[in-house]
Structure formats: C-alpha cells, structure tokens
Design a protein around this ligand. Structure first.
Ligand SMILES: NC(=O)C[C@H](N)C(=O)O
Length: 491
C-alpha cells in the first residue's frame, strides 16, 4: 500500500482549500486525500452525530469490501498472470480509494452523507434514481453470491461433519432449506439493527475468519513439492507465462480454428482475453462505496473517514493478493472460478478444508447484513424520501429484501454469471463513474473551474476507465462464446 501512497500523494494534494459557506464543515474530509493531519474543526452535517469508533468503522468497511470477490481472485490471477494481476489489483485499489475521496468531498459540500443524495444534488431525481438502482443491483448481486455460497457449501460441511458418504435426501442436506434457515436465524436479526455501528463486532469476527482462511490456504502451498511451486512462481514472475498454461488447459472449441477468428482471438489473447474476467472480478471485489457514507454517518466526531477507507483498502489489498497467490499456487492451472469449489476436487473430508469452508461460510454470512443496510437506505431514499425513521418500515424492507434474495439464490444460474454481470455494470459505476461525474457537477465552478487540474484529472481518469470497461465488455462478449462460458459454470 506504500506504493499507493507514493503514486497518489502528489496528484491529490493539489486539492485547493474550499471557499464555500460550507468550508469549515468540509475541512475534515476534503482537505487532503492521504495526509495525516487531524483537523479538529466542527463538522456541520445535517444528518446524524456518529458514535462508532475508528476501529469498528475499519472492521465494518473491511467487511463490506471482503466478500465472495476474494474467492474469484485465484482464477483471475490464473487468467491474467501474476504480474498483470498485481498491476490491475493496484490500479483498482488506488482508484477505489481515490473515488472514496471524491465521494467524501462531495458529501462535505452537500452536507448529507448519502450516495443517492449526491446523485440528486448532481442531476436531480434521475441522478438519485441512477445511484439508488446501481446500489440496489450491486448489493443484491453481492448478497445473492454470499447466500449462493451458503447454499452449496453448507451441505458439504454438514456432510463432512456427519461423515455421510451417501446422503439419502435428508432435509438438512438440502441447500435451499439451509439458506432459508441461515437467513432467518442469523442474517435477519442482524439486519434489523437500527445502526451499522452495532455490527462492528460481527464484522471483526467475519474478518478474522477470512484471515484464518488465508492462513489455512497457505500450508497447502507448502505441502505440494515446495521447490517446484517456488520455481514455477519465479518463472511466472519473470516471463508472466501463467496465463498461457491456463489457455492450454482449456482447449478451444472446434469452430475457434476458423482462420479469421483465430487471428482475432490471438490478438485479443495478448492482453484482453486474459483480463476480460480479471477486471470485473477485481472491480466487484473492491466495491464498498455504497457502505462508505452510511459508515461515515456513524463515525465518531473528528475521525477521518478517508483514513478508515485507506486502512481498510490497504489491508484488503494485501489479503486479496495473498489469497489469489496461495489459491493459484495450490492448484496452479486447475484453479476454478470459485476457489472453494476447487477444494472439493481434493479430499472433502480433510479437516483443514472443512475448517476453511466453515470460516468462509461464517465470513460471507456475516457480511450480508452490512451490505443490506445501503440497499434499505437506497430504497427508502427512492420510495419514501421525506419520511423519518419508522420501525415497521425498517423491518418490512429488510424482510422483503431477504425474501427476494432467497428466491434469487434458489434459482440463480451460477456465481460467475453474477460476478460477470454485476462486476461489468454496476460495480464500475459505483466505484468510479458516479463519484467522478457527481464530483464534477457538485464541486462549484467558482471553487474548481472545469479546467482546473483536479477536474481535468477526474474527467480523464473517468474517460479512460469508461473505455477500458467498454472494451473489456466487448471482448468478453465476442471471445467468450457460449460453449466456453458454459464450461466455466461452477456447479
Ligand atoms: N460489497 C460488495 O458489493 C462486494 C464485495 N466487495 C465482495 O467482494 O464480495
């Protein structure tokens, strides 16, 4: 993460001091992106005076970042190669942190800490609806992927615990029932909490489960002929050949031998096909933007939300890289789109693998309530904009949302589809496109003219990011024809 600081500090410290009437209110968050100055000015936000500590906020944001995205990273690394993966991981992490800076600065100007309200301030009702819909789509997609893991992994855990070699259709081996039970017994009570801050403890526990997951995955790297693995790793670092091995593992479908198609694909395969899934998976893995402003609302006075975000992103950056590397080095060319599924191919009764499963299951289950909060807030902002807090509505929205996600999970096609669709659409909007356009519209022209270095930088980054995604999307559509994509189906 030091790298992030070195790369970004000179650019973001160009931010000029504010001269609006809200200037004092803005100071704590918008003065600088990465500096350690603790400015003890009074914030004049119109919403809520926070009581949650700095540490709990880091746990909550870390938990919001870390979800099922981590399980797709080893596959992303196998496709992109170690060096390209590390580069893309760094770019997405820096962009993610920068866009949080933009969101915080906008929220300082508007005086309200809600993503949808920034959309409203920038573009009126269409802006509010766009932000609300993107948050709803993204978070419903994320929650479905978490419950999807519960649906497929929980029965395996029970099977291993009970040592059932040939399950005969017992109800407790049915993933659908288990999803419903977990939703009612664990997720719903947590989702009914009035404030996100109360979830700090469960978030801390969820993160420690993921740390355990990392530690547990690590020995499996060492078990398998250590010298060979490290030799391969060094080799990959030097000539970045991992992706070619991966390509060789999946022989192309027969019609790919068509001359023109081969030329087109070999050109793409230089870079784009290998990153076609990598970037959406990385974008999905770093999304936490809908949760940033709700967590900021509850953050104790004088604590800097940008610091909370930088710490959470830095820790996740390291954990993501290690998770991808360990998973990839354990299975090398055989890594699948969802890491846990790859583990099924080796002994399912192995105690270590069982513990890994339980840890990931616990972690993703405890992430659902955190991710549900911004959706409920977005729905409230879109459907009941001027209403104050009302318990029956708070409970009803959570209940309806969970029921909907349960239905979705019972009928959802596969986890990769969820990553692909959500990662390629709402994630880039929430991570960068919306914060950038909201920033350009919300920061007054008197303060930062359209031609100011800050706004030019934001616009350029946004354009590059947008075209990169567009191009990636086209490549994904053209080179991953149906057979190929279907081969990647996990379950
Ligand atoms: N919070 C989200 O939207 C997704 C999360 N970043 C994940 O990896 O699962």
């Amino acid at each position: 993460m030091c790298l992030l600081y070195v790369v970004t500090t000179p650019v973001f410290l160009m931010t000029s001091p504010h001269r609006t009437e809200n200037a004092e209110a803005n100071l704590p968050e918008n003065q600088e992106f990465l500096s350690g100055v603790d400015d003890k000015k009074t914030t004049r936000f119109t919403d809520f005076e926070g009581k949650t500590s700095f540490g709990m906020s880091v746990f909550n944001l870390g938990n919001a970042i870390m979800g099922s995205g981590i399980l797709g990273l080893a596959y992303a690394m196998a496709n992109a190669g170690v060096v390209l993966f590390l580069l893309l991981l760094t770019v997405v992490a820096v962009l993610s942190s920068y866009s949080i800076h933009l969101l915080l600065k906008c929220s300082g100007i508007v005086g309200i800490r809600a993503y949808e309200q920034l959309g409203y301030r920038a573009f009126g009702t269409p802006g509010k609806m766009a932000a609300g819909i993107a948050i709803t789509l993204q978070n419903i997609g994320a929650m479905s992927s978490y419950l999807y893991i519960v649906k497929y992994e929980f029965p395996l855990v029970i099977q291993a615990f009970l040592k059932l070699d040939n399950p005969a259709g017992e109800w407790y081996m049915n993933g659908n029932y288990l999803v419903i039970i977990v939703s009612i017994a664990v997720i719903l009570p947590l989702a009914l909490m009035k404030q996100l801050g109360y979830l700090g403890y469960t978030s801390g526990f969820s993160l420690s489960c993921m740390v355990f997951f990392l530690i547990a995955v690590r020995p499996s790297v060492l078990i398998q002929t250590r010298e060979k693995r490290y030799f391969i790793f060094l080799f990959c670092l030097l000539c970045d050949s991992c992706r070619h091995t991966q390509m060789n593992r999946d022989p192309p479908p027969p019609h790919r031998h068509h001359h023109l198609f081969s030329i087109r694909c070999s050109l793409y395969s230089l870079l784009w096909t290998n990153t076609a899934y990598t970037i959406p998976i990385l974008a999905f893995a770093f999304v936490c933007h809908p949760e940033v402003l709700p967590i900021y609302t509850e953050l104790r006075k004088y604590k800097k939300m940008q610091h909370v975000a930088n710490i959470s992103i830095a820790v996740m950056y390291i954990m993501y890289f290690l998770a991808a590397l360990f998973g990839y080095l354990t299975f090398y060319g055989k890594v699948e789109a969802e890491l846990l599924h790859t583990y099924s191919s080796i002994d399912p009764y192995d105690t270590l693998i069982l513990c890994v499963r339980v840890a990931v299951l616990t972690a993703v289950t405890l992430t659902v309530p955190i991710v549900l909060f911004p959706v409920r807030r977005a729905i409230q902002q879109m459907m009941f904009p001027n209403k104050t807090f009302y318990w029956p509505r708070h409970i009803a929205i959570a209940f309806v949302l969970l029921t909907f996600i349960n239905l979705l999970v019972i009928f959802a096609p596969n986890i990769l589809g969820i990553f692909g669709v959500i990662g390629a659409t709402s994630a880039p909007c929430l991570i960068f496109i919306f914060p950038a356009i909201f920033y350009i519209r919300i920061v007054p022209k008197e303060e930062e003219p359209l031609r100011s270095p800050q706004k030019i930088l934001v616009t350029l980054t946004m354009i590059v990011f947008f075209f990169f995604f567009l191009f990636n999307h086209i490549v994904m559509q053209s080179c991953t024809d149906k057979d190929w994509v279907l081969n990647l189906h996990i379950y």
